[in-house]
Design a protein around this ligand. Structure first.
Ligand code: UD2
Length: 285
């Protein structure tokens, strides 16, 4: 446990927000000491579950996703990859490191991509209650059309965490693409909300992820009964949830980035990157 002592009057970062007004840290490169965090985590002997959906054509993203996760995700820790798919035979047979395991879970598919994306909330909440609670301590829930390109480790873990969407980190509230129709359960009034969070990277303890996904699922079903679908599907419901149940940790856009957005000065790491996709070739296929 030898490391440079923290300096009360020399904060490691002063150009970005590192703490929200409700005392949730915002995770940026340079704000944490990984050796301390790894040591604490190792002593707790915990396991991390990574959930990812690869339904229909999206199985083509699994190879790169899993290979890069082996290189960068929770290195040195115990990991279970929960791969929800309608095509278990298409899950690549990659060799994972000791203490890590691939767990394909066969699930239904739906004709519309929006429905597939939304139904993730239902499936994660169901499996959290039935299975994950007995097998892992934390869940990290991500999109599959992504690749890890730098370290993503235990610094992200907390009771419940969300990630700032790379398209909206500098936006004012009025520019957030929150659901603005009052008859949707995902409705957020103009003068509420903190950040615009990405649907493609959230997590927390199994109990917290269960609550989050269950609430979002109930809201999605209530909307369905009213004949309305939120503007950005489950991402809209996730954003609504986080207005009233504040995340205990916020991941900076280092954790979901898209190279189409360039390389701004403040971004010291690009840890999890969108893989360019031809929408018409993969959606509804
Ligand atoms: C954004 C969000 C995504 C979701 C979506 C809702 C990020 C990085 N992405 O992504 O999380 O909120 O908006 O509109 O924040 N999938 C399949 N098969 C399909 C279709 C989807 O497996 O046929 C899964 C897959 O894991 C995919 C995810 O659903 O990564 C989200 O779908 P998308 O990537 O097409 O949505 P996108 O890019 O608009």
């Amino acid at each position: 446990m030898v490391y440079t002592k923290p300096q009360l009057f020399k904060p490691p970062k002063s150009n970005v927000l590192t703490m929200t007004p409700w005392f949730a840290p915002v995770i940026w490169e340079g704000t944490y000491n990984l050796d301390i965090l790894n040591e604490q985590f190792r002593q707790s002997n915990m396991v991390v579950g990574l959930t990812v959906f690869a339904i229909k054509k999206y199985v083509i993203f699994l190879q790169k996703f899993l290979e890069t996760a082996e290189t960068y995700f929770m290195v040195g820790h115990r990991v279970k990859y929960y791969i929800f798919t309608d095509r278990p035979e298409a899950v690549p047979n990659i060799t994972v490191k000791a203490g890590r395991e691939l767990v394909p879970l066969r699930v239904e598919n739906y004709p519309r991509w929006q429905e597939i994306s939304m139904r993730r909330m239902e499936m994660i909440s169901h499996y959290s209650q039935q299975r994950f609670i007995h097998e892992v301590d934390f869940l990290v829930c991500v999109d599959v059309d992504m690749r890890f390109s730098d370290h993503v480790g235990v610094e992200i873990l907390s009771e419940v965490f969300g990630t700032i969407h790379p398209g909206f980190y500098a936006s004012e509230r009025k520019a957030f693409t929150y659901e603005r129709r009052p008859n949707s359960e995902a409705y957020i009034p103009q003068d509420e909300g903190d950040f615009y969070y990405a649907g493609g990277f959230f997590g927390g303890t199994v109990a917290e992820v269960y609550m989050l996904t269950k609430k979002c699922q109930e809201a999605i079903m209530a909307d369905k009964n009213k004949g309305i679908e939120a503007i950005w599907q489950e991402e809209s419901h996730l954003n609504k949830y986080f207005v009233y149940h504040k995340p205990t940790k916020i991941l900076s856009p280092e954790y979901v980035w898209d190279n189409n957005l360039g390389s701004p000065q403040f971004l010291k790491k690009k840890r999890f990157l969108a893989v360019p996709k031809n929408h018409s070739a993969v959606r509804n296929k």
